[in-house]
Design a protein around this ligand. Structure first.
Ligand SMILES: Nc1ncnc2c1ncn2[C@@H]1O[C@H](COP(=O)(O)OP(=O)(O)OP(=O)(O)O)[C@@H](O)[C@H]1O
Ligand SMILES: [Mg+2]
Length: 242
């Protein structure tokens, strides 16, 4: 059974690829309005966990609950309609379409083309990019692409957004802009975020709680201050046993 306080949770979630167990008996609980960091070395299973959560791949065993519902029989587009979405680690926009057309694709599942266009402008405004609405997506800089991807995600009317390394390759200023934006979206719209990020300053400043995984298993969980001095975390990141 799901804990009624959690908006999203997993129970013994496991995924194997052949002989390799990539997500291993994971129990994770996310409460509404939290910003939770998910960290771990390359290949730890973070993206695979997100893919399981949104239904892009199926668990080998274990369960996922969203707002108390078992997601087992819900396809990705149905989970998206329920309010559970993820951004992609490698942002994939339609490069021959304009920014606004890219953003409105996120809204089409729920509204007419006319409404979607208005809603897309609203969300583009939220990420501070309404001035480039008509620019071709193929001509965008990397940070602009990341923000357009976020605006497109907002167009799905999400409750929980899973962000997979949206800050990779951004400079400090661009990163601060996204960090502010995420906090603002949580504070003003009550959105819940789970954030995969290798950049420790971003994670430490943004998240109230951090979950650390290594070889698909949770090895630590707690406040940024707790995680920062956790011996197993330090060992996993430094790549040797302490
Ligand atoms: N479809 C697949 N088939 C086989 N192995 C896979 C598949 N997808 C992922 N893996 C393997 O699962 C492991 C975890 O990959 P995953 O992409 O989840 O890691 P990650 O924690 O997101 O890493 P990174 O920080 O580099 O993005 C890796 O060893 C990867 O090669
Ligand atoms: Mg990944």
């Amino acid at each position: 059974m799901a804990n009624t306080q959690d908006i999203l949770s997993t129970k013994s979630l496991t995924r194997r690829f052949g002989g390799l167990t990539v997500v291993n008996e994971l129990d994770i609980c996310i409460q509404p309005g939290e910003i939770v960091g998910l960290i771990g070395p390359n290949g730890a299973g973070k993206t695979t966990l997100f893919n399981l959560l949104v239904g892009l791949i199926k668990p080998s065993s274990g369960e996922i609950y969203f707002e108390g519902k078992n997601l087992r029989n819900f396809a990705t587009h149905e989970r998206c309609k329920m309010g559970l979405v993820k951004t992609f680690q490698n942002v994939a926009l339609f490069s021959d379409m304009s920014v606004i057309e890219n953003v409105l694709t996120g809204a089409l599942q729920k509204m007419s083309l006319h409404q979607a266009r208005e809603f897309a402008y609203e969300n583009l405004e939220k990420v501070g990019l309404s001035h480039i609405a008509l620019k071709s997506a193929g001509d965008l800089t990397f940070p602009e692409k990341a923000l357009v991807e976020l605006a497109r995600t907002l167009c799905t009317c999400p409750k929980v957004i899973l962000l997979d390394e949206v800050m990779a390759a951004l400079n400090e200023l661009e990163m601060d802009h996204i960090l502010d934006l995420i906090q603002k979206l949580r504070n003003t719209e009550g959105l819940t975020f789970v954030v995969i990020e290798h950049h420790m300053r971003a994670i430490m400043n943004l998240c109230e709680r951090i979950v650390v995984i290594n070889f698909g298993k949770k090895i630590a969980e707690g406040t940024p201050a707790f995680i920062n001095q956790h011996p197993e975390v330090v060992a996993a990141y430094l790549g040797h046993d302490s």
